[in-house]
Write a protein that binds this ligand. Structure first.
Ligand SMILES: Nc1ncnc2c1ncn2[C@@H]1O[C@H](COP(=O)(O)OP(=O)(O)O)[C@@H](O)[C@H]1O
Ligand SMILES: [Mg+2]
Length: 291
């Protein structure tokens, strides 16, 4: 007897990634339901009588906030979600996740954080800003948005002034990171169920230091060596993610794990490497069903 009765895919926009997953589900004639968060209304009293025990939900919302909330609600009702709300929450927070990674001994960039701009500025001075560049980034975000390189105290000061005009409370948390001199590229490894299944280099376009493919970074296939495999699988485990896109950079003294994307886009890795990542994800879901 299988413990999971129904498979569900929760989404808001059907990107190519979600379409690839659907294609693999259909290819296997798997029963599943599609839940479009933009089309659904939920009623607390109905929900409170509901049990979702035995249901499995793959969370594919592009919004961090929505992903955590819907996963948390579904778990509250007894469902199993992939990734879990706690993994999504942790992975979406760059500070918390780097702390977790560092605690299990994984190499991460030197990172400072502060809750006031004055303290952030002083901390940046104390680590030598001006002699060395620093990266300032939002605690939560993606596609390289608002990730900035600052080379002097004056530049940081100006950036902090701009931030002070932003409404979001997230912009009042200051995360500063050593700038890692990497080759013009970084690494994205897709891990599914404890296995590093495929990876790419992402080359930054000229004049850009951020390598996000969303910013025009070029993807090239990568041979996953043992060290990369171990680092990315461990990073995924540390966050509690069943599958993820692990970003790493090559520093002069070895790899650094930059972040763990817990609702990962994988289409570029699939396209460039030819690895059917959607199939691996679907196999993970179907195996969960059989357990
Ligand atoms: N400390 C750093 N040193 C060098 N490059 C960095 C550093 N942090 C980020 N980058 C570059 O900027 C990109 C975006 O940063 P990241 O922290 O991954 O934010 P996002 O979640 O928006 O992708 C990375 O893919 C990497 O190429
Ligand atoms: Mg990133």
């Amino acid at each position: 007897m299988s413990s999971i009765a129904t498979l569900n895919l929760v989404y808001d926009i059907l990107r190519l990634d979600e379409k690839l997953i659907l294609q693999e589900l259909r290819r296997r004639s798997a029963d599943f339901r599609l839940i479009n968060l933009d089309k659904a209304a939920f009623n607390i009293s109905d929900l409170s009588r509901d049990s979702l025990e035995g249901e499995l939900f793959l969370i594919r919302s592009i919004s961090h906030t929505r992903s955590v909330l819907i996963a948390r609600i579904l778990e509250e009702l007894g469902a199993l979600t992939i990734n879990s709300s706690s993994a999504i929450d942790l992975g979406n927070n760059k500070l918390l996740s780097l702390l977790r990674l560092a605690r299990v001994g994984l190499p991460v960039p030197e990172t400072l954080f502060a809750f006031s701009s004055e303290v952030a500025l002083r901390a940046a001075e104390s680590v030598g800003l001006g002699k060395v560049p620093l990266v300032i980034k939002p605690v939560s975000g993606s596609w390289g948005r608002l990730v900035s390189l600052v080379c002097s105290v004056e530049e940081l000061n100006l950036l902090l002034k701009h931030r002070s005009k932003m409404e979001s409370p997230l912009m009042k948390i200051y995360m500063l990171q050593e700038y890692i001199e990497k080759p013009q590229r970084d690494i994205r490894i897709i891990v599914v169920d404890g296995e590093a299944v495929a990876g790419i280099y992402r080359y930054a376009p000229s004049g850009e230091w951020r390598t996000n493919t969303a910013r025009g970074g070029q993807a090239r296939p990568l041979e996953i060596d043992e060290e990369l495999s171990e680092l990315s699988v461990k990073a995924c485990e540390a966050i509690g993610a069943r599958y993820a896109g692990v970003d790493l950079i090559e520093s002069k003294s070895g790899y650094r794990v930059l972040e763990v994307n817990v609702v990962p886009e994988f289409k570029n890795v699939a396209r460039v490497t030819g690895v059917n990542i959607a199939a691996r994800i679907v196999e993970m879901l179907l195996n969960e069903r059989k357990r």
